[in-house]
Write a protein that binds this ligand. Structure first.
Ligand code: CAA
Length: 254
């Protein structure tokens, strides 16, 4: 598939996805979301890809395309919504990293919230300013931000439509790290993760996702089953044999 509204490349074992509407500060419209949806399926199906980095050297994304939404009615707004695609990205079996430069606002920040890790430039600007448009965050912002930083801080930011810098985002636990070059930093993380056992990484994501879905007792049972199932994989044998033989393991995802 040819992409126009996103850029997609694979470097070593890492897929790099960039929104490609620089003149609109990478605002997200239906075409961007359709391409993002397609690329998620390509990434999932390709065993060579172990990690995904989303971001660009300039703006991450300044939100949903406001000009496309002005005259929408509720049904059209529902159909325009990003949640189905963002859910697919969240459920991707491979770790995802958002590299945030410039603006990550509204749907842009919600895209970053779907990722497993977030790295931001010192002068990045993050926020959910939808309240200023007479709406609320509608691509997971109220749900994922609250779970990540707590309901009180989420309300503080969303009530005011506040735009915060990387320092405050780090202090609030919204990002993992500040880096002068977030893409470079994300690629370094990706390189370290890409050599780990893919099925174990998938299991980690599934188990940690359970924390938002279930009570701790059920979560612990889920973890125990996921943990023991990995003993049916070649990678478990390889990882433990490599330890015993004092060498580095080579994981194949089997
Ligand atoms: N939608 C559509 N176009 C956008 C956009 C957006 N979200 N953000 C920026 N643009 C466009 C501008 O209209 C402008 O286009 P023109 O040159 O054709 O006029 C271009 O990008 C450059 O933007 P500015 O001139 O505004 O740049 P600036 O540096 O003065 O300001 C900004 C930057 C503060 C990010 C400002 O553009 C802004 O406030 N953007 C909107 C941010 C926002 O409200 N995002 C939330 C959207 S709603 C949402 O995301 C809903 C949801 O939950 C899914």
């Amino acid at each position: 598939m040819n992409f126009e509204k996103i850029l997609f490349s694979v470097k070593d074992k890492t897929a790099v996805i960039t929104i490609n509407r620089p003149k609109a500060l990478n605002a997200l419209n239906s075409e961007v979301i359709a391409e993002l949806d397609a690329v998620v399926q390509i990434v999932e199906a390709n065993p060579q890809i172990r990690v995904v980095v989303i971001g660009s050297d300039k703006n991450f994304a300044a939100g949903a395309d406001i000009k496309a939404m002005i005259e929408m009615n509720p049904e059209q707004a529902r159909a325009f919504g990003f949640t189905p695609t963002f859910n697919k990205l969240e459920n991707l079996s491979k770790p995802t990293i958002a590299a945030i430069s410039g603006y990550a606002l509204g749907g842009g920040l919600e895209l970053a919230l779907v990722c497993d890790l977030r790295i931001a430039a010192p002068d990045a600007k993050l926020g959910l300013p939808e309240i200023n448009l007479g709406i609320i965050p509608g691509a997971g912002g109220t749900q994922r931000l609250s779970r990540l930083i707590g309901t009180s801080r989420a309300k503080e930011l969303v009530f005011q439509g506040a735009i915060i810098d990387a320092n405050k985002a780090l202090q609030y636990g919204l990002i993992n790290e500040i880096a002068d070059n977030p893409m470079e930093a994300a690629m370094k993380h990706a390189e370290k993760i890409a050599v780990k056992a893919p099925l174990a990484l998938k299991a980690v994501k599934e188990c940690i996702a359970m924390t938002a879905k279930t009570d701790i007792r059920s979560g612990l049972e889920y973890e125990e089953v996921a943990w023991s199932r990995l003993y049916a994989t070649k990678d478990q044998k390889e990882g433990m044999r490599a330890f015993a033989e004092k060498r580095k393991p080579i994981f194949t995802g089997e």
